[in-house]
Design a protein around this ligand. Structure first.
Ligand SMILES: CC(C)=CCC/C(C)=C/CC/C(C)=C/COP(=O)(O)OP(=O)(O)O
Length: 506
């Protein structure tokens, strides 16, 4: 018994204008004589045709995931590299089914079997797709928080390790680490003769111990802010593949447990900054927790202005690191405060090219999750904003040299890196994210920040002069200055002795 394809194929009307000569010739060839089918009565034919779906081999797959991963036809396997590339875009969680990932943003149209694609057209489409830059395919590594959640869920339920990894994942460790790095970079740019040498300066706030309090306090404040951020949006996090593996979404921890963790970290962090650094830094830490959890997080679902608030949140940590000691007036508005503000401005501006390029790739996810982001509300504006803030890097870096935080050479070296990012931002703006320009800008931003920070540290004002003096054994400029000051003081004392003769004791 042979059930032939012509019997099962539903009658189709062919649009001749859409078919090339080659295929038309093939289709018009007379069908070779066939043996008589099992049944040719119209009633039986329609019955078999209608039951076609029920007898497809797909029917026997227990679920869609198995079907997608194991049940691919030869064609499916040939297309697999292409599809898996697309799947990795948003599948930052290990649990994301490939089928689902295939329906993520920008998945190229894969015709369903119902709309049979002619072979040459399919080949052409695949050729075009493989030559086209995969604009959505950011190799975004899975979120550290998400990885920890996966580990945590595999550990014994009441084990200490499970609790620890769950709490760690609540803190978004990678983000917290990066924030601490920006804080310490700004700290290291503080103009002191020898950082980390408490004896080198009279200011008690510049010491290894202070650095320890600063990093620990900032990390704890970040952990608190991140835990609160997750606590306020599990329902929305659940809608995005990037965040659906978070501990509160997976119910690995209760909301009360997360709240207790956030309060404990916040209190300890602010206390560490207060006692180990200074009250102003502690105040900034506390304000930033409130800004991130209380303003930015709810604003994400209300207005695109959330990105500007988020940029302020990211800009505050360098300001906390560039502290000068003393009261808030000195820290925020004192003579040497410009360096701190410029470091904050650098971080504030940097977030736009970085985030706008990143979010563009997952714009449909943001839209579905109900987050108002420029990447989907107004992609053209999104690209313009990214370019505008990339350009702002030039005056900010110039300012760092102008106020004496770095040498003038920094203006030259940073301009090369800034120019590179601006060039990428121009491409992103011109193509509105398409043709791989979003990916280009994203990676430019990833490299840009550490390079500029390292350049600023390497070209810190007076650093090389000190290195040179140390190499040739010349006294430190500061020592010379202190020496001169001492001599002046001695001279003044001598003069005073001459002017006011000591009482002669009779
Ligand atoms: C000292 C202190 C308290 C510092 C806090 C620093 C901090 C947490 C900065 C984060 C900046 C930011 C906008 C992140 C994105 O959040 P998101 O909600 O868009 O990220 P998500 O989608 O991954 O949850």
């Amino acid at each position: 018994m042979i059930l032939r394809t012509p019997i099962l194929r539903p009658p189709t009307s062919i649009d001749v204008s859409r078919i090339c000569i080659q295929c038309l010739r093939k289709l018009s060839r007379p069908t070779p004589p066939t043996s008589r089918p099992f049944s040719s009565s119209p009633r039986d034919v329609s019955a078999i045709a209608s039951s076609q779906n029920a007898f497809k081999k797909d029917y026997f797959w227990a679920n869609a995931i198995l079907k997608e991963t194991l049940g691919q036809s030869k064609r499916g396997i040939r297309n697999a590299p292409l599809r898996s590339k697309e799947a990795t875009v948003n599948s930052t969680t290990t649990s994301l089914p490939i089928a689902e990932a295939n329906h993520e943003v920008g998945s190229p149209h894969v015709p369903s079997p119902a709309h049979e694609e002619l072979p040459h057209r399919r080949r052409k489409r695949l050729r075009e797709q493989s030559s086209e830059p995969q604009e959505e395919s950011y190799p975004i590594a899975p979120d550290a928080s998400s990885r920890l959640t996966t580990i945590s869920s595999s550990l014994p339920v009441h084990s200490f390790r499970r609790r620890l990894t769950t709490y760690l994942s609540l803190a978004k460790p990678r983000l917290s680490f990066l924030i601490v790095l920006t804080t310490t970079s700004a700290y290291s740019l503080y103009p002191v003769p020898a950082l980390l040498a408490p004896t080198a300066t009279a200011a008690p706030s510049l010491s290894t111990l202070t650095l320890l309090f600063l990093t620990t306090g900032t990390a704890l404040c970040c952990s608190s802010a991140n835990a609160l951020n997750m606590l306020f949006e599990p329902a929305h996090d659940a809608k995005m593949s990037r965040t659906r593996n978070r501990p509160l979404v997976r119910k690995l921890i209760s909301p009360t447990g997360a709240l207790v963790f956030a309060i404990a970290c916040g209190t300890a962090g602010v206390a560490a900054l207060y006692y180990g650094v200074n009250p102003t830094t502690a105040f900034l830490g506390a304000v930033n927790i409130g800004l991130y959890a209380g303003v930015y997080t709810p604003l994400k679902r209300i207005s695109v202005a959330n990105t500007w608030v988020g940029a302020v949140v990211g800009g505050i940590p360098p300001l906390m690191g560039a502290h000068e000691g003393g009261g808030w007036r000195e820290l925020l508005f004192g003579a040497g405060s410009a360096g701190g503000w410029l470091c904050a401005a650098l971080l504030f501006a940097w977030q736009f090219p970085h985030f706008n390029a990143l979010s563009w790739a997952i714009r449909d996810e943001y839209k579905r999750a109900g987050y108002r982001m420029l990447c989907w509300t107004n992609p053209a504006h999104n690209a313009r904003v990214a370019l505008r803030y990339a350009l702002l890097m030039f005056p900010v870096c110039f300012g760092l040299a102008y106020v004496g935080v770095t040498d003038w050479g920094f203006v030259v070296t940073s301009s090369a890196v800034n120019g590179w990012m601006v060039w990428r931002a121009v491409q992103f703006w011109r193509e509105k994210g398409h043709k791989g320009t979003a990916r280009g800008l994203f990676w430019a931003s990833v490299w840009h920040l550490p390079i500029v920070m390292v350049l600023a540290m390497a070209q810190k004002k007076g650093l090389w002069e000190r290195v040179w003096r140390a190499a040739v054994g010349a006294p430190e400029v500061d020592e010379e200055l202190y020496g001169e000051e001492d001599d002046e003081e001695e001279e003044e004392e001598e003069e005073a002795k001459v002017l006011v003769p000591e009482k002669v004791v009779v």
